[in-house]
Design a protein around this ligand. Structure first.
Ligand code: GLA
Length: 721
């Protein structure tokens, strides 16, 4: 069971596998002591260990705080590293003396007001609220720590309350900060761009500040709200790794500052660049939640901790553990160029292939025949859909398929009735150009009236047609950021207020339509984060559906996210983004490690390809519990070799996938060693008709006899005997 032990000034959070320890030093400053494998006890007062100081004034009267590993440091009062909290008081001052006031421990995991956050339905986790205050200013800072029972994760967040008499400006409020006593780590981040999201970047820590951030208004494809610190020698399965991720979808920063003494300060939270928040007396600011995973079993251990967290404590609703419908999306088949007849023809062929849901993508509303118009006007185009969404959805249902629909609710086109009626409803700054992205503007979700419009527009469509699934898209970053309703001194609150408004809309819509499966999308994977996952159990990984590119994208994504969250579809070859021609089997094998579907018109396939598609769909249906919810093991990294391999282990079976990018002439057969099996159990490898023990499969491995040609894949199905 997870527990929080308090002895003297020491707080020890632990579960069966990990411990997190901090102590109060001086007049109540929380000092970080330990994050690692479980300890029974830790008899090592930090004040002696790091500074040799017993004296209460020691920390405040010298620059000793600079040498103290802390839990929630501030700048300018003995510590000149970047603080976790930076304020401006009524006199322009920034000094804070935060010290312990009281603490409370409860079972379970409290929700965070207005924000997505991990939850614990079983009540097996424990949460500590550590209340600190700056008495002079009357600022109360509550650090929230939760230790989970079933995953090696600590959740942290912070609330700042102004109990004083004057307004305080918050210029920086990190969700979590940990000072590690050395810097002998490598830093891993996930970076990329549209169509090449979440590449694994790794470099050794150096003196100074390094990390990842976004100021684009979305968590972004450029850099994910995640970082990991790994020890020298840490690999996929061995060695220490500490992963940080943010349950948030907007601007963030995740940084490590290595100081002159070689300590590492790791911080994650809302990006302070372009941010500030005015806190009037009586008001409270709540940060997003940070989740920190600790593993001594390499990156795979870190990913296991995150995957369990996501499945058990982030994803909610009827679909959290449910089978997801195998879908057919018309986007790459038709783009904007369709009518009801064409859609029904595509859907019918999907049904023949065994698919379960037809999704109508962009272009069904207003007079949208290209991406220049109509966002915001969420009424059907009668030319394309003469019987409306109601008629179309009924016809799709009559075929025995579910029906899904695309929206981009946060956007407005200049050419729209909405924009003509409310030109000030978009993010903008007075008398400045309203920069367009994909010919559209971003609605100002920091405004209650805009949120109400968006919620009603989506709800009205969901109520008037039979809709089982929503693809919630967001296709541009925010710029310029500003709100017509906020006063001058609050303009830099806009981006975070936007997220709060958006989360409110998502909370109400998902509660009102609990039977609808929501998938988030943002030009593919521009907002693939834990915040979105709290409302929408799956997300479109990338607009790049090339099987080769997807090996990298899905492999990188899997560092934090389990396969049940990753939208992955088979699409046309040559691929629209890369021009690569990959075998249909490879495209299917790669997409199977995700929420499976197709992005093409199956009518254009040859009979042979269609027959294979029927087989692939059958295979996914037969193994989908394993494919979606089995434990994922990465076997070979596309970031290191031209062999990508992973496997998922479910109840009594496992599916192994290997993809080789380029044919190698005159090469010996490679062997692939498996993971996660039971050593003593026997397994039938169906495709080879071979019976091998778990030990043989994990130590000796399976032969990889790829067919000739580039981008070939192999799939093995293991049945436990
Ligand atoms: C984005 C999405 C695509 C598709 C288009 C439609 O790019 O990522 O999947 O929905 O918008 O405009």
């Amino acid at each position: 069971m997870s527990e929080i032990l308090v002895s003297g000034k020491q707080f020890h959070l632990r579960n069966a596998r990990i411990s997190y320890v901090f102590e109060l030093v001086g007049d109540g400053i929380p000092a970080h002591v330990y994050l690692g494998r479980r300890l029974e006890s830790l008899n090592s007062p930090v004040s002696q260990l790091f500074c040799g100081a017993q004296d209460e004034d020691y920390f405040h009267n010298t620059l000793a705080l600079e040498k103290l590993p802390q839990e929630y440091p501030t700048f300018g009062h003995g510590d000149l590293r970047h603080g976790a909290l930076d304020i401006e008081d009524a006199f322009g001052g920034n000094v804070l003396d935060l010290s312990y006031v009281f603490h409370e421990i409860v079972s379970g995991k409290p929700a965070l007001p207005g924000l997505p956050a991990s939850f614990d339905q079983q009540g097996e986790s424990k949460t500590l609220s550590l209340v600190l205050a700056d008495q002079k200013l009357g600022l109360t800072v509550t650090l929230l720590y939760t230790i989970f029972n079933d995953c090696d994760v600590i959740a942290r967040s912070v609330s700042v309350k102004n109990d004083g008499t004057a307004a305080v400006r918050l210029n920086r409020v990190m969700s979590a900060s940990i000072d590690f006593e050395d810097s002998d780590y490598s830093l891993i981040t996930l970076s990329g761009a549209w169509a090449r999201e979440r590449s694994i970047d790794c470099r050794k820590l150096v003196c100074g500040i390094q990390g990842a951030d976004s100021a684009r208004g979305a968590s972004s494809a450029q850099r994910s709200p995640f970082m990991a610190l790994t020890r020298k020698g840490t690999d996929e399965d061995c060695g220490e790794a500490v992963g940080f991720a943010l349950v948030y979808s907007g601007n963030f920063s995740a940084t490590c500052e290595v100081c002159m003494y070689g300590m590492t300060r790791a911080q994650i939270g809302i990006n302070d660049y372009q941010f500030s928040w005015l806190l009037n007396p009586g008001e409270c600011f709540q940060t997003p939640e940070a989740v920190i995973a600790y593993s001594w079993e390499g990156l795979s251990g870190m990913s296991r901790a995150f995957h369990t967290l996501v499945s058990a404590h982030i994803v909610r609703g009827a679909f959290a553990h449910a089978r997801r419908p195998l879908l057919l999306n018309n986007w790459e088949a038709t783009t904007f160029n369709f009518d009801e007849e064409k859609l029904l023809k595509i859907a019918r062929r999907g049904k023949e292939a065994g698919l379960e849901m037809f999704v109508l993508d962009d272009g069904w509303f207003g007079h949208r025949d290209d991406d220049h118009t109509s966002l915001g006007d969420w009424t059907e185009n009668p030319r394309k859909l003469p019987t409306g969404l109601k008629g179309l959805s009924e016809k799709i249902h009559a075929m025995g398929l579910k029906f899904g629909l695309w929206f981009e609710p946060e956007m407005v086109s200049k050419d729209s009735d909405l924009y003509r009626a409310h030109p000030d409803w978009c993010l903008h700054q007075k008398d400045r150009t309203r920069t367009e992205g994909r010919f559209q503007l971003t609605l100002d979700m920091s405004r209650a009236d805009v949120c109400e419009y968006v919620e009603n527009a989506v709800a009205s469509v969901l109520s008037r047609a039979e809709i089982d699934y929503v693809k919630w898209d967001m296709n541009r970053d925010m710029s310029p950021v500003g709100s017509a309703l906020l006063p001058k001194e609050r303009q830099r609150e806009t981006a975070h207020r936007y997220m709060l408004g958006l989360y409110g809309v998502m909370e109400r819509l998902t509660a009102r339509f609990p039977k609808v499966l929501f998938e988030s999308c943002a030009s593919g994977g521009n907002r693939f984060d834990l915040g979105m996952m709290y409302y929408m159990p799956q997300a479109w990984c990338s607009d790049n559906t090339d099987a080769g590119s997807r090996c990298l994208i899905q492999y990188g994504t899997s560092l934090v996210f389990p396969q049940s969250t990753m939208g992955a579809h088979v699409s046309h070859a040559p691929n629209y983004q890369t021009g690569h021609i990959t075998p249909l089997k490879t495209r299917a094998d790669v997409a199977m490690c995700g929420t499976y579907g197709y992005e093409l018109d199956l009518n254009t396939m040859s009979e042979e390809e269609f027959a294979q598609t029927i087989q692939d769909v059958k295979y996914v249906k037969a193994h989908r519990d394993t494919l979606l919810y089995g434990n994922l093991h990465r076997l070979s990294s596309p970031f290191e070799t031209d062999l990508t391999a992973w496997m998922v282990v479910g109840q009594g079976e496992a599916v192994v996938t290997a993809i080789r990018m380029y044919a190698r002439p005159n090469a010996l057969t490679q062997r692939l060693r498996l993971k996660g099996l039971q050593e003593k159990a026997d397994y039938l490898v169906e495709e080879l008709n071979l019976c091998l023990s778990g030990a043989e499969l994990m130590r000796y491995g399976l032969p990889l006899d790829f067919p000739a040609g580039d981008y070939q894949s192999l799939r093995f199905t293991l049945k436990k005997l």
